[in-house]
Design a protein around this ligand. Structure first.
Ligand code: GBH
Length: 451
């Protein structure tokens, strides 16, 4: 039992959070380059201008990956680094950078998992209405084709979108992420539809251009976990997980996954949102619904639900006073890695990969020069045990990517939150493997047997 023999152990990052070199070698601007420079948007005015300077330090960073024993590395491509205006002209130096990175990974036997889009949308296309513009499907298709043609001889694992829930919810609804808008449903719903269509179109493009490609998707949505093992509470949790609420619908998992994996929008969502979908949306479902090789999910925590005598049939339980939390104040709920994959596999019946999971902690370099982070090891141990149980109970679980490889630019939180296995001193760019990185190496070496 335990994890399958060919289980994939990796770590993840995203372009804007680590690369830096924001204005170098012909890169165009992204909405995050703009947003992070707007006063008051990001903690202490931090920007990703330099970040971890990974653009220049990638050979050393790959060495560190090797030291941790990573089998795979999930990273994203910066669309405006490759296409400065988002469409049309291509920036050769951008292609060169990712070519060098990919070659370095392969030389070190580390399998690249490429995310096409992890939030750093080209600023030039934002001025054209971004995802609200139906042309966005074509823009994304052309960008995908460029990536497939350039990297597809060596990269076989592609992920279309990272967490549309967050870049739409936080960026265009709540407004705390780039571009910082608060748009009505009449804009948000068409955007979501175009993104789903762009996803399907990209899957098709990848399949036609990359021999032996494996394609996945990495949405999120905090799992709903049953308060007890009673059949009533289990059903309540399942229902809460996949019901699209009227308020905060952008963060729900089913709205963004059912069309891609089942070929239909969830009824609970259509009830409130159908009136905003663009004309002819039904015909697009064929494009949106493409076979996927794996279904990814980023899961950090969940919430407990029980059956209730109300209209919905479920109710969320408040967290008890003093419930354990990470530095960023997210609750520590290891069972999210049991119930999330279990319910998602039950519904979507597609091989599952945890594309992100991890925590921020108050890590410091100690007097002995090391970074002691017992909280991270304990957190991961608990979460991975739950994940292993889900695999043993029958979910087809294929891999795990820790978020993150290294401390990095945590979006609106700037550099305040440290999610890495590797500590980064942003003054000197000095990297230090945390204790948890060495522990993770033993997890990888034993394929999870030390847990
Ligand atoms: C991911 O998003 C991103 O993909 C990544 O870029 C980022 O750096 C990383 O996670 C860490 O933030 O309300 O307290 O219950 C995170 C998705 C969705 C996770 C909302 C936390 C709610 C926490 N998040 N969820 S809480």
């Amino acid at each position: 039992m335990g994890f399958r023999k060919d289980f994939i152990w990796g770590a993840a990052t995203a372009s804007y959070q680590i690369e830096g070199a924001a204005y170098e070698d012909g890169k165009g601007l992204s909405i995050w380059d703009r947003f992070s420079h707007e006063p008051g948007k990001v903690f202490d005015g931090h920007t990703g201008d330099v970040a971890c300077d990974h653009y220049h330090r990638y050979p050393d960073d790959v060495k560190l990956m090797k030291e941790i024993g990573l089998q795979a590395y999930r990273f994203s491509l910066s669309w405006p680094r490759l296409m400065p205006e988002g469409k049309g002209a291509v920036n050769q130096k951008g292609l060169d950078f990712y070519n060098r990175l990919i070659d370095e990974l392969l030389k070190n036997d580390i399998r690249p998992f490429v995310t096409l889009f992890h939030w750093d949308f080209p600023a030039a296309l934002q001025s054209l209405g971004a995802w609200e513009n139906p042309d966005s499907v074509k823009w994304f298709e052309d960008y995908t084709a460029l990536c497939a043609r350039t990297f597809g001889d060596r990269v076989k694992d592609f992920i279309t979108f990272n967490e549309p829930q967050c870049f739409i919810g936080l960026g265009y609804d709540v407004g705390v992420h780039a571009p910082g808008y608060q748009l009505p449903n009449s804009s948000l719903v068409p955007m979501s539809h175009h993104i789903l269509k762009a996803h399907g179109t990209a899957v098709r493009a990848l399949r036609s251009l990359v021999p032996e490609v494996r394609v996945g998707y990495a949405p999120c949505g905090d799992p709903c976990m049953p308060a007890t093992n009673s059949p009533e509470d289990m059903e309540a949790a399942r229902k809460a997980y996949f019901t699209v609420p009227e308020k905060g619908w952008t963060f729900n998992v089913a709205w963004w996954s059912d069309p891609a994996l089942l070929g239909c929008y969830p009824e609970s969502g259509l009830k409130h949102l159908e009136k905003y979908l663009p004309h002819g949306w039904q015909e697009d479902l064929k494009t949106i619904h493409q076979p996927l090789d794996f279904y990814g999910q980023n899961i950090y925590n969940g919430r407990y639900y029980k059956a209730a005598d109300n209209e919905q049939g479920f109710e969320m339980l408040p967290l008890p006073v003093g419930f354990p939390k990470t530095a960023i104040q997210w609750p520590i709920t290891p069972d999210a890695l049991y119930w999330g994959p279990t319910f998602l596999y039950e519904r979507y019946k597609t091989p599952f990969i945890m594309t992100e999971n991890g925590l921020s902690a108050h890590d410091v370099v100690s007097l002995d020069g090391k970074v002691h982070d017992p909280n991270r090891q304990d957190f991961l141990n608990r979460y991975l045990l739950a994940y292993k149980r889900a695999a043993e109970d029958g979910a087809d679980i294929r891999g795990y990517f820790h978020w993150s490889l290294m401390d990095n630019y945590e979006w609106a939180h700037g550099y305040k939150e440290r999610f890495g296995l590797i500590h980064v001193d942003y003054e000197t760019q000095q990297r230090t493997l945390k204790d948890s990185a060495y522990w993770y190496r033993s997890v990888i070496e034993s394929n999870g047997e030390v847990l």
